[in-house]
Design a protein around this ligand. Structure first.
Ligand code: SER
Length: 418
């Protein structure tokens, strides 16, 4: 395995698939176009749905992208694990009724083992139990031993109605020192040892409204490979956060806060901030502004969470906008739209950080008081949580997280009612 920077890995991926006759497309914006079912783009395939369904004719039947993605369903895990993010880049190669399993599998293997030079002994795959075709390609064409091919029922990728199908995931063994040590530890274990690095989806069905799976006339390929994960493997880092795609931001946070990355609580706060400033920068550059609903609320929630973790690190002044330069140093060449909106991004961040900072300390005092006087059930009432939201600008989820850190819960239904 040779060392490559994150930017080099992205480029190598796109160029590799270009050499396999794929058209390189620039990342689609984070705001979905003509897709009311999605708030934000969270996967490489999401903006390509009309090409999969045949609604639109693609500019090429083979496409490759590095797609900007936002996922916030697991936001509470960000900073606590090695690989949860709100913003990440998903590398993907896509076939719209063109090639299928054979090429997808052989090219994924070729890229991992010949371009990135990953050690084949560390690679494992999973497939859908019924997928004999995928098994044959992995076993007979690639030559992967049977014990390296795992069959799991949940190897099926779908989002609601529409194109879907069985998938095959590729895992990298980070070694026993990263594992849980249990004798049962193997691919599929919850621990960090086996890292999923690539998901190959064989989009061969259309899921109808009433839950039927109809075979598609034209079968598609949708693959997703997380750039930050791949970088953590190639750069041999403990987590995605130590890769050159993110760590310079953490170094800047250390410089501003004078904090200690070896202290677990501070480390978590620094990871949260580094993750969130990437999301904030990209969301604003794609035209999202903080607000109390929809995408704007997602942005506000991320931004305020980052501010709170900055204060936990002891940073008293406005600091978030000061991190944008580092994000642009790393990603600005690949995503020029971020540089184009640099001034706006900084201005929006400063305004929002200033506003929230003005009420954060008072809100925290009130929240601490509420927690001190809570009933035996340790649940903060909807009215209390609403007061924090309405008067002090605490997104409900932020209150929930802070309260949760101390063993308290919030009445979410009551909050909605209030
Ligand atoms: N759609 C699949 C995923 O998001 C593969 O790209 O994992």
């Amino acid at each position: 395995m040779k060392y490559m920077t994150g930017n080099e890995i992205r480029k190598a991926y796109l160029q590799f698939f270009k050499s396999k006759e794929h058209l390189i497309l620039h990342s689609f914006p984070l705001i979905p176009e003509n897709d009311p079912s999605l708030l934000l783009i969270g996967a490489g395939m999401a903006p390509l749905k009309p090409y999969f369904t045949g609604k639109l004719v693609p500019p090429s039947y083979r496409v490759t992208t590095s797609q900007k993605c936002i996922r916030t369903d697991d936001i509470d895990n960000v900073g606590r694990t090695a690989r949860h993010h709100t913003f990440f880049e998903m590398l993907g190669n896509f076939s719209f009724g063109n090639y299928f399993k054979k090429e997808a599998i052989s090219w994924a293997w070729e890229f991992l083992t010949q371009v990135l030079e990953l050690d084949t002994d560390k690679l494992y795959v999973t497939i859908y139990p019924d997928d004999k075709e995928a098994y044959d390609y992995w076993h007979n064409m690639i030559g992967l031993a049977d014990e390296r091919i795992f069959k799991f029922d949940d190897n099926f990728w779908e989002i609601g109605e529409g194109p879907c199908g069985p998938d095959s995931e590729i895992f990298y063994d980070l070694g026993p020192e990263r594992g849980c040590g249990k004798p049962t530890c193997t691919v599929g274990c919850d621990c960090d040892r086996y890292l999923e690095i690539w998901n190959l989806v064989f989009t061969q069905y259309n899921r109808t409204k009433d839950g039927k799976y109809e075979p598609l006339a034209k079968k598609n390929i949708d693959t997703g490979c997380g750039l930050e994960r791949l970088a953590s493997v190639i750069q041999q880092k403990e987590s995605n956060f130590e890769t050159d795609l993110i760590f310079p931001i953490i170094e800047k946070v250390i410089a501003i806060s004078g904090g200690d990355y070896n202290d677990p609580r501070q480390k978590m706060a620094m990871k949260v901030i580094a993750d969130h400033i990437r999301a904030i920068t990209f969301m604003i550059s794609d035209g999202i502004l903080p607000s109390n609903e929809g995408r704007g609320y997602v942005l506000r929630r991320i931004l305020r969470r980052a501010v709170r973790f900055g204060r936990l690190l002891g940073i008293k002044d406005l600091f978030l906008a000061g991190l944008v330069d580092t994000v642009l140093d790393i990603l600005g060449d690949e995503y020029p739209e971020t540089r184009e909106h640099e001034a706006l991004i900084k201005q929006i961040i400063n305004t929002e950080e200033k506003q929230f900072s003005a009420t954060l300390a008072q809100g925290m005092e009130l929240l601490n008081d509420m927690m001190a006087h809570v009933g035996d059930d340790k649940v903060l009432t909807g009215a209390e949580v609403f007061k924090l939201y309405d008067t002090y600008g605490f997104p409900m989820e932020l209150t929930e997280e802070i309260a949760g850190e101390q063993g308290f819960k919030v009445d979410k239904d009551g909050f909605q009612e209030a």
